[in-house]
Ligand binder design. Structure first.
Ligand code: ACO
Length: 338
């Protein structure tokens, strides 16, 4: 997972998609015992997107993927692999990635889902990087997509205020010695991915798998919805995001002050602030959109990166450190020169 030599993989294009329907904190005040003030102060979230009926996870993925392919100048027919990070697939089987493959009209190639919750996109990038670095693949589509509004218990104020729907996508390919305007090589400088099953019970959807196949009783108990011990996650999030970020920097032989932008998973503004403080990175170098989109799990980082690129805030040649942590717990980071 290290890249002390010149990068061999680079980002060819990015895209994202957010459904049109906005659910604000004021809307939630009418649904559960909460307030805009509590949500804003404890999380930084003001509103999130909700997918209308009739749309499914692979639809969100499709819109984001098309935009990423367009910006990369790559046709679906050129794809060598499709990786979809999601915990809210179209259905348990087959993979959402094959529905995306079908909708894109992509050729026969490996297309699979990856379950690493909020870290799913970083895991996908890391896998794509390995296949491209070894010369096995030339065009890999990585998507992070979540339709969390369908697995959130809208009567549970401790979780429903946090999550939102959306999709982000990236096309990766060989760096081929591409240079940034500042004369430095463009590409993936390092990645680091990790999991710790000791905290597996902290965040889960308990029913619907082999442990608890769905029954009427389990549905009534809403065991098919997200259950979270938020403080368990909060406690490890800052420490692990810091260590994964530091690891990625060390692997690339860089220090935090050499990074132009931090693009962190948007779980909670307080987690982001504390992790960034520990890294000693200036606050204005941190990209955020949590106020508008909430926690979109695996879609969080690619949405934020694509928004920032399209807005012209982040530019070619700049260095971006992405880091995420979620259910599993799984976490990781990726350092890239755009
Ligand atoms: N509105 C009002 N009050 C609330 C709400 C709400 N929406 N939610 C909880 N409360 C109450 C609690 O009931 C509790 O009340 P009590 O003191 O009477 O018992 C009080 O607020 C404090 O609750 P805490 O859980 O201690 O609040 P905390 O400050 O820890 O914030 C939060 C909760 C936002 C969930 C935080 O713990 C967090 O962000 N955790 C990390 C979440 C995360 O990152 N998850 C992983 C990524 S998601 C993925 O992988 C898919």
């Amino acid at each position: 997972m290290s890249q002390l030599t010149a990068p061999r993989t680079r980002i060819l294009g990015t895209g994202h998609y957010l459904p049109d329907v906005v659910r604000t904190n004021l809307d939630l005040e009418k649904m559960v015992d909460t307030t805009d003030a509590w949500i804003t102060e404890r999380t930084g979230i003001k509103e999130r997107r909700v997918t209308p009926e009739g749309m499914v996870t692979s639809d969100l993925a499709l819109f984001a993927a098309r935009r990423a392919l367009d910006s990369a100048g790559v046709s679906p027919s050129d794809l060598d692999m499709i990786i979809v990070g999601t915990v809210t697939p179209d259905m348990p089987m087959p993979a959402t990635a094959v529905f995306l493959q079908q909708k894109l009209g992509a050729p026969v190639c490996p297309a699979f889902d990856l379950s690493a919750a909020c870290a799913g996109f970083i895991f996908g990038m890391s896998i794509a990087d390995q296949f491209i670095t070894t010369g096995v693949m030339k065009r890999v589509l990585v998507v992070g997509v979540e339709l969390l509004s369908r697995v959130v218990d809208w009567s549970d104020r401790t979780t429903c205020v946090l999550f939102g729907d959306g999709a982000g996508a990236m096309v990766l390919g060989p760096a081929e010695g591409a240079m940034a305007p500042n004369g430095k090589p463009r590409g993936v400088l390092s990645t680091k991915i990790l999991s710790d099953g000791a905290l597996a019970q902290s965040l889960m959807i308990p029913a619907g798998g082999s442990v608890a196949p769905v029954t009427h009783e389990l549905l009534e108990q809403r065991r098919n919805k997200v259950h979270m011990r938020g403080q368990d996650i909060f406690k490890v999030a800052v420490k692990n995001l810091y260590s994964a970020s530091k690891n990625a920097l060390d692997l690339a032989g860089m220090t935090p002050d050499e990074v132009d932008w931090i693009c962190p998973h948007q779980a909670n503004m307080r987690i982001i602030d504390l992790a960034v403080q520990r890294l000693a990175v200036r606050r204005e170098r941190v990209l955020t959109n949590i106020d508008r989109v909430g926690n979109t799990s695996s879609a969080s980082i690619p949405i934020l990166l694509d928004e920032s690129l399209r807005a012209g805030k982040v530019k070619a040649g700049e260095t971006v450190l992405m880091c995420a942590l979620g259910a599993g717990i799984s976490w990781g980071s990726a350092l890239v020169r755009l």
